[in-house]
Design a protein around this ligand. Structure first.
Ligand SMILES: CC(=O)/C=C/C=C(C)/C=C/C1=C(C)CCCC1(C)C
Ligand SMILES: CC(/C=C/C=O)=C\C=C\C=O
Ligand SMILES: [Fe+2]
Length: 560
C-alpha cells in the first residue's frame, strides 16, 4: 500500500475520481475476497450494476489496488491511503437488518503525516470523515478528508501550518502561510482541524468538531464535502470548548473553559440558530486553570460540570515543544470537583469535592429521587482512567504502532459519581462494575440516546482483551446486573460502538451497535452487532482498512 509518507491528496484527487461509475473498473469477483458464497456474490454483483445508474461518484477498486494491497500493517495507525472513496460494500457476511435505514458518520484523525514528516500523537491527525449509508439491507461507504484551513495549508505548503494537539508549525511555516499579522503565539495559530466528532444539530445541519472553537466545520452528509466554517454569531469569544456538546432534537449544551478567570461558561444554542446563549458560569474551586473538559453529561434538569486536576495550561498552549502532558498539567493539590447547574436558572445546586479522576468521556447522568419525588442526588458515569494521566502518552503514535505483545494499556473502569444535592461537601466515585468484566479497558462509549439524562441500564464501549496496548474489544455493559458481554476479533481495533435504536423499540437495548474495525494486513470492515445479544449480525469489508476513528452520529433515513 502507499506508504503514509507518499500520500499526496491533491494528486490523488486528480487521478482517482471519475465523475461516473466505471463498470469496466469494477472488481473481479476474485478481488472481492472469499467471504461470499458464489450465489450471493452474483446477486450482489448484479445489485452493484444497478448502482451504476445512481449519480454517485465511485472510485474503482482496481485503482485503489494499484497502490498495493494490505502490507501486513495494522490499518488503525496507518494514514488514510487516499483523499476519498465512495461505493457500495458488496462483500457482506451476515445480513444487515432491513429496518436499519440511515447514515452513520464517523470522524477521526486519519492522516498523520505531511510528506515524510510523521506526526506524534493520535489526536494530531487531519480529519477523515467516514460514511456508512444503510439502505434496505445494502451498505454504501465513503470517506473524505475535511477541508479545514489547517489541512489545506498543510497540503499546499507541504508542512504543518497551525498548532495541532501536539504538533506545532515551525515559525517560518506559520508566518509564510498566515502572514506577519498574526503571531505564532496567539489564538490565530490554533488549528481548525475538526478531527474529533461529528454531530447532527436539531435543525439537521451536520457539524464536525474538535476542541478549538474555530474547528467547527459544516459538512454535507451525502457527499462528505466541506461546506464551510460553522460560525457562531454570538460574542462569547474564547478559543476552546468541549469537543462533545450535548445535542438532541431540541437542546444543545456546550461548555467553554475560561483560562483567564478559571471557570467554565455553560451555554445553550437553539436549533436553527448559530447563537450560543450563556446560561450560567462555574468558578473553579482549585488550581491555576480549569480542568480539561473534553466532555460533560447532563440530566433532565441539570448540567454536570467536571473539574479534573488535569488542567489546561495557557503557557503549554502556546509553547513550541510538547510537554509530557501536552497542553495540560496535573495538579493533584488543587483537588477534584464536580459541579451541578440547574438548566433553567443557571444556578449552581451542588459543588462537591470528589476523589481524583481522569476522564475523556462521560457516558450518561441521571437524577435520583426520594419517595416524594424530590431529587436527592445526581449519578454521573464516565470512562475513568484511575486518576492516571499516562493514557495520554500511550496514545502517541509511536506507542500505538509498536505493540510487541506486552500488556501496556493502563487500567480503566466505569467511574460512577454520586453527587448529593443536600449541601454535603463531598461526592463519591466508585467503579460501577468490576473492571475485570471488560478487561480493565474502558473508553469510547455510547448509549441509547432516548435515555440521555435519564436512568439507564446499558452502555456500549471499547474494552480490552489483554495483553494489548489499546482497547481492542467491544463491550456491552449492564449496569444493573454489573456484567459485560464482550466481542473481540484478534488483531483488530474496533472504533466506538455506536448504538442505533430500532424504530418502535420499547426495550433499551433493542437496536444495533455499529463499529468499524481497523484490521491487520491493512484491511478493515464495518461491523453491526445486535444491541441485545451483542452477537455479530453483519460485517462488510472495506476496499482497504481505515485508520482508527473517534466519534460518530446517526442520521435516520427520514432526516437524511
Ligand atoms: C480525547 C480526545 O479526543 C481529545 C482531542 C483533543 C484535541 C483534538 C485537542 C486539541 C487542542 C488543540 C488542537 C489546540 C488547543 C489545545 C487543545 C484543546 C488541547
Ligand atoms: C481512544 C481514547 C482512549 C483510549 C483508551 O483507553 C480516547 C479518545 C478520545 C477521543 O475522543
Ligand atoms: Fe471524545
Amino acid at each position: 500500500m502507499a506508504s503514509s509518507a507518499s500520500f499526496s491528496p491533491a494528486l490523488q484527487a486528480a487521478t482517482i475520481f471519475p465523475s461516473t461509475w466505471s463498470q469496466s473498473s469494477r472488481s473481479s469477483p476474485s478481488k472481492l475476497g472469499t467471504i461470499l458464497s458464489m450465489g450471493r456474490r452474483k446477486e450482489l454483483e448484479s445489485l452493484r450494476v444497478s448502482v451504476a445508474t445512481e449519480p454517485r461518484v465511485a472510485v474503482p477498486w482496481q485503482l485503489v489496488e494499484t497502490e498495493g494491497d494490505g502490507d501486513g500493517k495494522l490499518a488503525a495507525w496507518t494514514s488514510i491511503r487516499q483523499e476519498r472513496w465512495e461505493g457500495e460494500l458488496v462483500v457482506v457476511e451476515g445480513e444487515i437488518p432491513l429496518w436499519l435505514n440511515g447514515t452513520y458518520l464517523r470522524n477521526g484523525p486519519g492522516l498523520w503525516n505531511i510528506e515524510d514528516y510523521n506526526f506524534r500523537h493520535l489526536f494530531d491527525g487531519y480529519a477523515t470523515i467516514v460514511r456508512l449509508h444503510f439502505e434496505n439491507g445494502r451498505l454504501f461507504f465513503g470517506h473524505r478528508q475535511i477541508e479545514s484551513e489547517a489541512y489545506k495549508a498543510a497540503i499546499k505548503n507541504k508542512r504543518v501550518c497551525y498548532r495541532e494537539f501536539s504538533e506545532v508549525p515551525r515559525p517560518d511555516s506559520f508566518l509564510s502561510y498566515v502572514g506577519e499579522l498574526a503571531s505564532l503565539f496567539s489564538g490565530a495559530s490554533l488549528t481548525d482541524n475538526a478531527n474529533t466528532g461529528v454531530i447532527k444539530l436539531g435543525d439537521g445541519r451536520i457539524v464536525c468538531l474538535t476542541e478549538t472553537i474555530k474547528g467547527s466545520i459544516q459538512i454535507d452528509p451525502h457527499t462528505l464535502e466541506t461546506i464551510g466554517k460553522f460560525e457562531y454569531t454570538d460574542n462569547l469569544g474564547g478559543l476552546i470548548h468541549s469537543a462533545h456538546p450535548i445535542v438532541t432534537e431540541t437542546e444543545f449544551w456546550t461548555l467553554l473553559p475560561d483560562l483567564v478567570r478559571p471557570g467554565y461558561t455553560v451555554a445553550r444554542m437553539e436549533p436553527g440558530t448559530n447563537e450560543r446563549k450563556v446560561i450560567g458560569r462555574v468558578n473553579c474551586r482549585g488550581g491555576p486553570a480549569p480542568g480539561w473538559v473534553h466532555s460533560f453529561p447532563v440530566t433532565e434538569h441539570y448540567v454536570v460540570v467536571p473539574e479534573m486536576p488535569l488542567r489546561y495550561c495557557a503557557q503549554n498552549l502556546l509553547r513550541a515543544e510538547p510537554t509530557p502532558l501536552y497542553k495540560f498539567e496535573w495538579h493533584p493539590e488543587s483537588g477534584s470537583y464536580v459541579h451541578v447547574m440547574c438548566k433553567a436558572s443557571g444556578k449552581i445546586v451542588a459543588s462537591v469535592e470528589v476523589p481524583h479522576y481522569v476522564t475523556f468521556h462521560f457516558i450518561n447522568a441521571y437524577e435520583e429521587r426520594d419517595e416524594d419525588g424530590r431529587v436527592t442526588s445526581i449519578i454521573a458515569d464516565c470512562c475513568e482512567h484511575n486518576a492516571d494521566t499516562t493514557i495520554l502518552d500511550k496514545l502517541r503514535l509511536q506507542n500505538l504502532r509498536s505493540f510487541a505483545g506486552q500488556d501496556v494499556l493502563p487500567d480503566a473502569r466505569v467511574g460512577r459519581f454520586r453527587i448529593p444535592l443536600d449541601g454535603s461537601p463531598k461526592g463519591e466515585l466508585e467503579a460501577a462494575l468490576d473492571p475485570e468484566e471488560h478487561g480493565r479497558g474502558m473508553d469510547m462509549c455510547s448509549i441509547n440516546q432516548a435515555y440521555l439524562g435519564k436512568k439507564y441500564r446499558y452502555a456500549y464501549a471499547c474494552g480490552a482483551q489483554r495483553p494489548c496496548n489499546f482497547p481492542n474489544t467491544l463491550t456491552k455493559i449492564d449496569l444493573v446486573k454489573k456484567k459485560a458481554k464482550n466481542w473481540h476479533d484478534e488483531g483488530g481495533v474496533p472504533s466506538e460502538p455506536f448504538f442505533v435504536a430500532r424504530p418502535g423499540a420499547t426495550e433499551e437495548d433493542d437496536g444495533v451497535a455499529i463499529s468499524m474495525v481497523s484490521d491487520k494486513n491493512g484491511e478493515g470492515y464495518a461491523l453491526v452487532l445486535d444491541g441485545s445479544t451483542f452477537e455479530e449480525i453483519a460485517r462488510a469489508k472495506f476496499p482497504y482498512g481505515l485508520p482508527y476513528g473517534l466519534h460518530g452520529c446517526w442520521i435516520p433515513k427520514n432526516a437524511s
